[in-house]
Design a protein around this ligand. Structure first.
Ligand SMILES: [Cu+2]
Length: 158
């Protein structure tokens, strides 16, 4: 019985150390960053990516910026009246990134909105984006523009 208690105490200690061991267990990983082709006539574009939080603590994606865009916002899709999908800035003001989880920014869901873009986005273009996390700080990533003509189109604009 005593043995079990010691074992339990040991386990609790290990868990505490893991929970608040000052990070260092890993990093914020951002993969598969891409955007859609977009002619100059279209004012806005969108970027998608997968963010995996390996830092060992919950974090948030607070904002993003890109020289190719006048303004960058974090957007989510939502159902408007009449079964129409719309998009808007994330209601929380940030994108939650629970530790150990991968959050996918994808077509029809969360995305990084590029408003008043200053250049055309053509296939193969590489667009530098800076992401700002609450705890992980700033991270520079590069979005690659892909051909998405075979993908189901969603309403442009916004
Ligand atoms: Cu949007």
């Amino acid at each position: 019985m005593k043995r079990v208690k010691i074992l339990l105490a040991w386990l609790v200690l290990v868990m505490l150390l893991a929970a608040c061991g000052g990070g260092g267990s890993g990093e914020m990983e951002v993969a598969d960053v891409w955007g859609r082709t977009s002619p100059m006539a279209a004012a806005n574009g969108a970027f998608y990516m997968q963010v995996t939080n390996n830092t060992g603590q919950d974090d948030k994606l607070l904002s993003a910026s890109a020289a190719a865009c006048g303004t960058v916002e974090l957007h989510e899709m939502y159902m408007k009246e009449g079964d129409v999908m719309g998009m808007r800035p994330v209601t929380a003001g940030y994108i939650p990134l629970p530790k150990g989880e991968t959050v996918e920014l994808k077509v029809g869901g969360l995305h990084v909105m590029c408003i008043n873009k200053v250049q055309e986005f053509n296939i193969g273009d590489q667009i530098p984006i800076t992401l700002t996390f609450e705890k992980a700080g700033k991270m520079d990533v590069t979005a690659v523009i892909r051909d998405t003509t075979e993908m189901p189109s969603m309403s442009q604009g916004g």
